[in-house]
Write a protein of this length. Structure first.
Length: 438
């Protein structure tokens, strides 16, 4: 029965693949589809739990409390950047290239030690300058310290899950995603049971879940971890990480500055409404994108001829636009209704979020492929990310006071278009892989 279902599944995928690309499935594509299926299954099942968590949080807390939770998440992403310093990207890049235990052990151990050192130094400075930084983010000291806590545990969890993906352990990755979502919802139900319902209960639920899931993953990865740093790999990780760092800083800005500026120019209730729309109208597509990214980047790093992948992405984009926008608006309308009457439907905002999801996906496709070419490709993506961040900040500062939440979404759309243009302007690297320094 299992073999029959698998063969049927491959036949269905093969049909649509031939419809789009006019060719038969290759072994590398089948491997990609298999890995995508493992991660996809785990993610889709886990979505049931995380979806319930978000809807409950939005309904029980209302836009204001839900906005505080979103604000803490956004600030935490900024605070996490100096803790990583791009080393997590380096680890995935080099770890996924060769399946060699001794090599992978050196890379993972060195990366973990470096990130631990960077995190310790960062946390020290966050407490030392807590007053000044809380003023920069325009939040109370309580929300600021919650953001530091969130950032610390977020780094711990992210590094460990990235390690699983870099080892091409997609079945395990899917399993851990499922474990995460079950713990998350269960923890939140405990807080509801004891009648502790606030933005803090959501934040603590996520932090506890990050901690428990991370500890489980670390137990599984213990054979790869040694308390010894390899100087050669430390140098290589740092070099690639330095290119990734610029992109990481920029990503923190363009992914979160909208919510911080909405808090500055409007209020936390507006952040809650904005986050509910973002989750409702982009969640489905961005979930698929996350699944794709986890599998795609390690695989693309292994394939020397990038132009084949580039052409396949180009052929897929029209289908993404034609099917993606109506799908996001339709599914988003249903999800938003589940949030309750405090989150009214606005068609213009829904359409804008649908369009933004398409451009975010396109930017991620081309950016990941350029990343996989090596250090020069990473520089291009990092430069594009800087332009994206700068344009997003300026457009948000201009458009949010002018037209409110719609301005934040328009700013994102225009900024992602700029990033895509920059990456595609250097598409010659896909056609001439031999000139890339890998």
């Amino acid at each position: 029965m299992k073999n029959f279902l698998f063969k049927l599944y491959i036949k269905i995928i093969s049909y649509f693949y031939k419809l789009i690309y006019r060719e038969e499935l290759t072994e590398s594509v089948i491997e990609f589809i298999n890995n995508l299926s493992y991660v996809g299954f785990g993610t889709i099942v886990s979505i049931v739990f995380t979806f319930t968590f978000n809807i409950l949080a939005g309904r029980l807390l209302g836009p204001s409390g839900y906005g505080e939770f979103s604000l803490v998440q956004s600030i935490a992403v900024f605070l996490a950047v100096p803790m990583f310093l791009g080393i997590n990207y380096s680890m995935v890049k080099y770890n996924s290239e060769k399946e060699d235990f001794e090599r992978q052990q050196k890379i993972i151990s060195t990366a973990y030690i470096l990130i631990f050192i960077f995190s310790t130094i960062s946390i020290f400075f966050y407490f030392l300058f807590s007053k000044e930084l809380s003023q920069v983010f325009s939040v109370s000291s309580n929300l600021y310290y919650l953001s530091v806590l969130f950032a610390t545990i977020f780094v711990f969890y992210t590094v460990l899950t990235s390690t699983i993906a870099s080892l091409h352990e997609m079945k395990k990755f899917a399993l851990f995603r499922l474990v995460y979502s079950i713990i998350l919802l269960s923890t939140f139900f405990v807080f509801i049971f004891i009648n502790f319902i606030s933005s803090q209960s959501i934040i603590f639920s996520v932090c506890i879940t990050y901690g428990i899931t991370g500890a489980i993953i670390l137990t599984y990865l213990r054979k790869f971890v040694k308390l010894k740093i390899d100087k050669t790999w430390a140098s290589r990780l740092a070099r690639y990480g330095s290119y990734a760092l610029l992109g990481g800083v920029s990503s923190a800005f363009y992914s979160n500055i909208d919510k911080i500026l909405i808090n500055k120019y409007m209020n936390t209730a507006s952040i809650g409404l904005y986050w509910a729309y973002s989750y409702s109208f982009t969640m489905a597509l961005l979930t698929i994108l996350t699944i794709f990214e986890i599998v795609f980047f390690p695989l693309a790093s292994k394939i020397p001829n990038k132009v084949i992948i580039f052409k396949k992405i180009n052929k897929f984009i029209p289908f993404l636009i034609i099917i993606g926008i109506p799908f996001m608006i339709g599914s988003g309308f249903i999800v938003l209704k589940l949030y309750g009457s405090e989150y009214p439907f606005d068609l213009r905002l829904a359409i804008l979020f649908g369009i933004s999801g398409i451009f975010i996906t396109m930017d991620k496709f081309y950016g990941l492929l350029m990343d996989s070419t090596g250090k020069k490709g990473k520089r291009i993506v990092s430069f594009a990310a800087v332009i994206l961040a700068l344009s997003n900040i300026l457009l948000n500062i201009w458009l949010i006071p002018l037209i409110g939440l719609e301005g934040a979404v328009i700013a994102a759309i225009l900024s992602y278009i700029c990033s895509i243009i920059i990456v595609l302007s250097k598409r010659k690297y896909f056609y001439n892989p031999e000139v890339i320094e890998s």
